[in-house]
Design a protein. Structure first.
Lengths: 253, 245
């Protein structure tokens, strides 16, 4: 119970610091502009306005939330080390795993809030144009959140060995992009001749398959995310967290 | 309470800096052995780079010794049992600019295991003791260096630690703030708390400490008791200069 309270204290503080940051407000202005851009794209689509407005809006929501989540995850641990705030935390009886879990929890709460507010803006725009809520909408948002959760956990891991937030964002961004081409990469790896094939296949295990979280791509308009998607997200996050904990437990400040 | 608050036994700390052509190593402290008696104010003096901050970080569990052992009230500094008895004020403490002192203290209080009415009382008491009451409604961004230092001290005493580890507690402060902090530390020591402080200011250490450790290039050059420097011509300053020359 004490450890849960500790973890929650770190999470609540991380969430509160994030939403009070100037950058968060700026991001909301940018998010609104991005979501509003989907209206323009929808209008240009003429007959397919509802579909383009929904798809384009969701894609922009996901990309905007991803950009913020990466920035947040890449800078949060590094900033605490640079400002020496971490001295005040780790000189107290706070286990490193509780700190890490709290920071991740806080980052996910922030990402969740960002998704929720952007979705509200998007749904308001859909309603304004006279369209209802698409059947797959909730699952698409859930998929986007799972992707953010996986990539945030990976960015935390990368930030513990990379030299700057920029390199963390770049590495995590590459993994996010590669994660959307996981099945294509697997297909190509199976056709690579010689000894490179097993090495390439092994390397692919390091890239999370983010395609399984795309509810919009699945057959059927209201397709729910399969339980395997949740299990995969949990497994990827757990692996990234264990890696982060291994690095953090050896880190000196 | 144990008679020894802290003990260092044959401690060495070497920093490893990775480079393109292999790692470079820098030994910050070596073969360091000393004890800090419980209930006493012990000062740590040394030139820049002598290893003062390294010692502070070793005994708060922020650094791990390369060799030897550090014990805090008989525990490893990384143990929760040791950490719950320690309050640490690092040099130039940082607090998020948008928070008020009460919010910052409440967070650190929660991390120290306080909650509910105990937390509220601890925050109120720490604010009162450090003289931050008139500034309680301000945000940290409006704080002067002296007020930040007081807030740093407030977070260190929040959970009533048995040992206070203070890295340059009066660095860059005006005379009134120094006077207030000195009074506060003397009061805390009178309550039986052990204080271990590092400083560049010999006169400050001289006023507060019962014993002073003089560190030269990572090694303990001298341990001086109050009676010794009071009897010496030139006082502690003369002893320090002689030791570091």
């Amino acid at each position: 119970m004490r450890l849960l309270r500790l973890t929650w204290a770190v999470a609540a503080n991380a969430f509160s610091e994030s939403v009070r940051h100037r950058f968060f407000t700026l991001f909301f202005v940018f998010a609104f502009a991005s979501v509003y851009a989907s209206v323009l794209a929808g209008v240009m689509a003429v007959d397919q306005e509802a579909r383009v407005l929904a798809d384009f809006g969701l894609a922009l929501i996901e990309l905007t939330a991803l950009a913020y989540a990466l920035f947040n995850a890449a800078s949060v641990l590094l900033k605490e080390a640079e400002t020496k705030t971490i001295y005040l935390v780790f000189s107290r009886p706070v286990p490193r795993w509780a700190y890490l879990a709290g920071k991740l929890w806080g980052a996910l709460l922030t990402a969740g809030l960002m998704l929720a507010v952007m979705a509200a803006m998007h749904l308001a725009l859909l309603a304004l144009r006279g369209f209802g809520v698409p059947a797959f909408y909730g699952w698409a948002l859930a998929g986007a959140f799972l992707k953010l959760a996986v990539i945030t956990a990976i960015a935390f891991f990368v930030s513990l060995f990379s030299t700057s937030p920029v390199s963390t964002i770049v590495i995590s961004g590459i993994l996010w992009t590669a994660g959307h081409f996981a099945s294509e990469a697997r297909f190509m790896a199976e056709r690579v001749p010689g000894v490179a094939a097993p090495a390439l296949k092994g390397l692919l295990w390091l890239i999370p398959n983010l395609q399984i979280f795309n509810a919009r791509d699945a057959a059927g308009a209201a397709s729910a995310l399969p339980p395997a998607a949740f299990a995969a997200a949990g497994a990827w996050m757990l692996a990234a967290c264990l890696g982060s904990l291994w690095l953090l437990s050896r880190k000196e400040f | 309470m144990s008679a020894r608050a802290v003990s260092f036994s044959g401690v060495e700390k070497t920093y490893r800096r990775p480079g393109l052509l292999g790692a470079s190593y820098n030994t910050a402290v070596k073969d360091l052995s000393f004890e800090i008696p419980a209930g006493e104010v012990t000062g740590l003096l040394g030139l820049n780079g002598a290893g003062k901050t390294t010692i502070m970080k070793l005994l708060t569990g922020l650094l791990f010794p390369t060799a030897g052992s550090v014990r805090v009230f008989g525990h490893s500094p990384s143990d929760a049992a040791a950490k719950s008895k320690v309050g640490f004020l690092p040099e130039l403490p940082y607090f998020p600019p948008q928070v008020k002192p009460g919010e910052a203290l409440a967070y650190f209080g929660r991390l120290s295991g306080l909650s509910g009415a105990d937390l509220a009382l601890a925050v109120r008491t720490a604010i009162e003791r450090t003289g931050l009451e008139p500034h309680a409604g301000k945000r940290v961004s409006e704080f002067s260096k002296g007020m930040l230092q007081r807030l740093g001290l407030a977070q260190a005493i929040l959970h009533k630690p048995e040992l206070l580890v203070l890295d340059e507690p009066v660095s860059g402060l005006d005379p009134l703030a120094i006077h207030d902090i000195r009074g506060l530390l003397a009061g805390l020591n009178a309550e039986g708390r052990t204080i271990f402080l590092s400083s560049h200011s010999i006169s400050e250490v001289e006023k507060l400490a019962a014993r002073v450790l003089i560190l030269v290039k990572g090694s303990l050059a001298l341990t001086v008791k109050r009676a010794q420097w009071e009897a010496a011509p030139g006082g502690l300053e003369a002893i320090f200069v002689e030791a570091v020359k």
